[in-house]
Design a protein around this ligand. Structure first.
Ligand SMILES: *Cc1c(COP(=O)(O)O)cnc(C)c1O
Length: 397
């Protein structure tokens, strides 16, 4: 086991920034009031909520009333999809949804739920071999009864960035609202909702050095939304339950820090990512980069290796102290290839031979040097084992 740890899984989660923890601590200790209480402790908590909402609204370029705090990315996405789709159907006869084929499971499974339990028709928008939605495909898929379109801003597996503003303009022309899962975009791309032309936008704090279990949904003023958690009047009756005050304070602090850091850190992270990709592609034969080379998040490198299982490589990397991950899901002991990589047109074996490295702002040149020294021999070792196994296999007569 290696002493060293190189964390290259920032798309899964990020470490909490110590400054964020510091901002949160008073609301876990002396300021423990419930924001709905009228007394001084309640008022102090409410003030913290108001300040956090103001801070976040400034970054999103929206009004405070359009910000709904939630319990994370999956909850925000479920509120957007179910809340918007069901509200629109109540108002008219809207029974059609459009989602891209490479969405996070929170979007895909919420759409599936609406299909199975509420009779919605769902159109899956394909992507090209670089992982990008073609605006013309959206144009063709839109119908007069489309209740909602959901296309992610940046993909969590391959990092590709969708032309959201262009898709937003197309949706507006057709009178259909657009939700974007911006979870991976925060801290890397601008989040101004007017520029993006979106009606709903989801974020989660733990992907930008905030705490886990807290997120937000931006819902444009007047955009229909049926609450999915009923109870008290919190969040203007759109999300009941006593607010996670410390978490919300942490989210706002983390998003503010991420925005301040964005111009410099994006370039620095991109340069390290380029070095990693170039280094691996040069040192490892039969390797490739998944997803568009340019239109991708600065920190994402999704690399494919012919003739091996990505899961086996991840185990060896972990032993060497390198934390990365794959998009494949292990269901009942067998590996399901990533739906994202399959949507790009990769064969299942190529998809299963892919590994995602996601960098953050604390990654150094020395970290990348270590990965470039460690990875190529591990790939060669796995391929040698696979070749030996194939030799020993009885040859059918
Ligand atoms: C992590 C992630 C989510 C889910 O967010 P949680 O806060 O973990 O529920 C949704 N979409 C994308 C693109 C993600 O990367």
């Amino acid at each position: 086991m290696s002493e060293r740890t190189v964390y290259l899984d920032h798309a899964a989660t990020t470490p909490l920034d110590p400054r964020v923890l510091e901002a949160m601590l008073p609301y876990l200790t002396e300021h423990y009031g419930n924001p709905s209480s009228m007394h001084r402790l309640g008022r102090a908590a409410l003030q913290a909520l108001d300040d956090a909402r103001e801070q976040v609204a400034l970054i999103l370029g929206c009004s405070r009333r359009e910000v709904i705090f939630t319990g994370g990315g999956s909850e925000s996405i479920n509120l957007a999809l179910k809340g918007a789709a069901l509200a629109r159907r109540m108002a008219g006869a809207h029974g059609h949804l459009i989602v891209s084929a490479i969405e996070h499971h929170a979007v895909l499974h919420a759409a599936e739920y609406l299909q199975q339990h509420h009779g919605f028709e769902v159109t899956l928008l394909p992507v090209d071999e670089r992982g990008l939605v073609r605006p013309d495909d959206l144009r063709a898929a839109l119908r007069p009864d489309t209740a909602l379109v959901s296309v992610m801003y940046a993909n969590n597996e391959i990092g590709t960035i969708q032309p959201i503003a262009e898709l937003g303009a197309i949706c507006r022309e057709a009178g259909a609202p657009l939700h974007t899962d911006a979870v991976q975009a925060a801290g890397a791309l601008p989040l101004d909702v007017e520029t993006l032309k979106v009606d709903y936008l989801s974020l989660t704090a733990h992907k930008f050095h905030g705490p886990k279990g807290v997120g937000l949904l931006y819902a444009r003023r007047g955009a229909p939304l049926l609450p999915q958690i009923n109870g008290g009047a919190q969040e203007r009756r759109r999300r009941a339950g006593t607010e996670n005050v410390a978490g919300i304070v942490g989210l706002a602090a983390a998003l503010t820090l991420a925005e301040e850091r964005r111009p410099t850190s994006a370039e620095q992270v991109r340069a390290l990512r380029e070095r990693l990709v170039d280094g691996v592609l040069a040192a490892v034969p039969d390797s490739w980069l998944n997803g568009d080379r340019v239109r991708r998040l600065p920190g994402n490198a999704n690399l494919g290796f012919a003739g091996l299982e990505g899961e086996s490589l991840l185990l060896l990397l972990d032993q060497a102290g390198i934390c990365a991950s794959s998009g494949s899901a292990c269901t009942s002991g067998s590996l399901e290839p990533s739906h994202v990589l399959l949507a790009l047109g990769l064969a299942p074996e190529a998809a299963n031979g892919s590994v995602r490295f996601s960098l953050g702002h604390s990654i150094t040149e020395a970290d990348i040097t270590y990965v470039l020294e460690t990875l190529p021999p591990l790939v060669a070792r796995l391929r040698a084992v696979a070749a030996q196994g194939a030799e020993r296999e009885p040859v059918a007569a």
